[in-house]
Design a protein around this ligand. Structure first.
Ligand SMILES: Nc1ncnc2c1ncn2[C@@H]1O[C@H](COP(=O)(O)OP(=O)(O)OP(=O)(O)O)[C@@H](O)[C@H]1O
Ligand SMILES: [Mg+2]
Length: 470
């Protein structure tokens, strides 16, 4: 048991924590050891060494979760069986089977709608659900197996992992906390075994069960054949033929990592069945799955937004570079603008000079033209030149002509003069006001001086009188 687990299953348990789905299923004739290998039987009757895959995988899962302190985990379990083509919830036995449905979600993953999913805190809790579910499973005694599984069972563990990550901000600081959520789903499938009626000796209900078991396994065989036949690339895969194939759809040729364990009997009397099982297993080897990491919608949106932000940042950086190339855009240093303005003025002046020179030449040439001094070809060339000049004159703005420039200067000077005049006028008014004020003050001073001298005289007079009286 340990070797099988270590070699085949342990690696899948590790990938589960990276967000991949995994499936392990056991295939083979009745009594060949499927339930024993998967570990979905009566665990209480076994020693730890005899433990099958499920208890070992669960132990590892909880050990990994305990060791990974930086992350938060959730564990959910469900356990269902397909008995006589009907779904049954082994963790909610009262739930009517009509409430359980196999559906495909938007991403094409197979989901069992209505199955009870129980959130578990500890290994003991999960083990107790495994035990109670396994005990509730349909089993029966046949001539081939005392405790023969009469149903296909699927024990599912969903591990939700939330990793908190420090994100790098633009300034190189680590600040944003993000929660990347990944769910990994592990299906442990214990199929019922193929049966030959004459070997099992089944009659009545056991026989009816055999028919359903064999037809389900036949569909599974067809799916494996269609997927695994390298010669015929089958377009149609008959997943819908039975419940078990519908349930295992994403495990067979889908996006899960799948391990098929082929159980065979060592007895020579079972040679035919063993060979048959091995042929299917050989075909199944050709099935190519495409495992993908699961993420919840929020995580996907978060990552989409991050990509968008990254793209926007890149666009911004690109625009900044463009701005430094094209000077008419924002963000150009002022010195560069000044430099370009000076250049424009210089070019305008140059242009107006050329225009003046050309106009002078134009006058002289039209004079010459009228005096019949030129040959026919010279006349024609001159005509061309005059036309060209006329054309250029029309293209170059009139404001660049000498007169226009002079007029502009005169206009500017006149405006300046006008402004100075108005300043002067207001200054004159102020001066006049101040002068009036000063005159008025002088008048007041004079009056006060007169009054003061009068008081002085009076005082002197009074002083004299006082002395005389003494
Ligand atoms: N490797 C093994 N070592 C010891 N005992 C085993 C081994 N494999 C199977 N057995 C025993 O063989 C019996 C039949 O095994 P099991 O019930 O697992 O078969 P099965 O393939 O599930 O059959 P079915 O299809 O009828 O359910 C059980 O008693 C089991 O303990
Ligand atoms: Mg079994």
């Amino acid at each position: 048991q340990e070797e099988i687990y270590k070699r085949c299953v342990e690696p899948l348990v590790h990938t589960l924590f990276d967000g991949y789905n995994a499936t392990v299923f056991a295939y083979g004739q009745t009594g060949s050891g499927k339930t024993y290998t998967i570990g979905g039987g009566d665990i209480t009757a076994l020693t730890e060494e005899e433990y099958g895959i499920i208890p070992r995988a669960l132990t590892d899962m909880f050990r990994i979760m305990q060791e990974t302190k930086s992350k938060q985990f959730t564990v959910n379990v469900s356990y269902i069986e397909i008995y006589m083509e009907e779904l049954r919830d082994l963790l909610a036995l009262d739930a009517p089977s009509r409430d359980l449905h196999v559906r495909e979600d938007s991403k094409g993953n197979t989901v069992i709608v209505g199955a009870r999913e129980i959130e578990c805190e500890s290994l003991d809790e999960v083990m107790s659900y495994l035990e109670s579910g396994s005990a509730a499973r349909h089993t029966g005694s046949t001539q081939m197996n005392e405790q023969s599984s009469r149903s296909h069972s699927i024990f599912t563990v969903v591990i939700g992992k939330c990793s908190l990550q420090l994100n790098n901000t633009r300034k190189g600081k680590k600040s944003i906390l993000e929660c990347k959520k990944k769910n990994g789903k592990f299906h442990f499938v214990d199929l019922a075994g193929s049966e030959r009626a004459h070997k099992t000796g089944n009659i009545g209900d056991r026989f009816k069960e055999s028919i359903y078991i064999n037809s389900g396994l036949l569909s599974l065989g067809n799916v494996i054949s269609a997927l695994g036949d390298v010669k015929k690339k089958a377009i149609h895969i008959p997943y819908r033929e039975s419940k078990i194939t519908r349930l295992l759809k994403d495990s067979l040729g889908g996006n899960a990592q799948t391990l098929m364990i082929c159980c065979i009997s060592p007895a020579a009397s079972n040679f035919d069945e063993s060979l048959n099982s091995l042929k299917y297993a050989n075909r199944a080897k050709n099935i190519k799955n495409k495992p993908i990491i699961n993420r919840d919608i929020q995580s996907i949106r978060f990552e989409e937004m991050q990509t968008e932000i990254k793209a926007l940042r890149e666009e911004l950086a690109r625009q900044k570079t463009t701005m430094s190339i094209y000077p008419d855009m924002e963000g150009v240093p002022e010195t560069r603008i000044k430099e370009l303005e000076d250049k424009v003025v210089r070019l305008q002046t140059e242009c107006s000079h050329y225009r003046m020179v050309a106009e002078e030449a134009y006058k002289h040439i039209t004079d010459i033209q009228g005096k019949d001094m030129l040959s026919r070809s010279q006349e024609l060339r001159l005509k061309d030149w005059l036309e060209l000049l006329e054309e250029i004159k029309n293209q170059v703005p009139i404001t660049l002509s000498r007169d226009a420039l002079q007029n502009e200067t005169i206009k500017n000077l006149q405006q300046e003069l006008q402004e100075c005049k108005s300043h002067l006028e207001s200054d004159e008014t102020i001066f006049a006001d101040k002068k009036r004020e000063v005159d008025h003050l002088n008048e007041t001073i004079k009056t006060m001086e007169t009054t003061s001298s009068q008081f002085e005289w009076q005082l002197q007079d009074m002083t004299l009188r006082c002395r005389q009286q003494e």
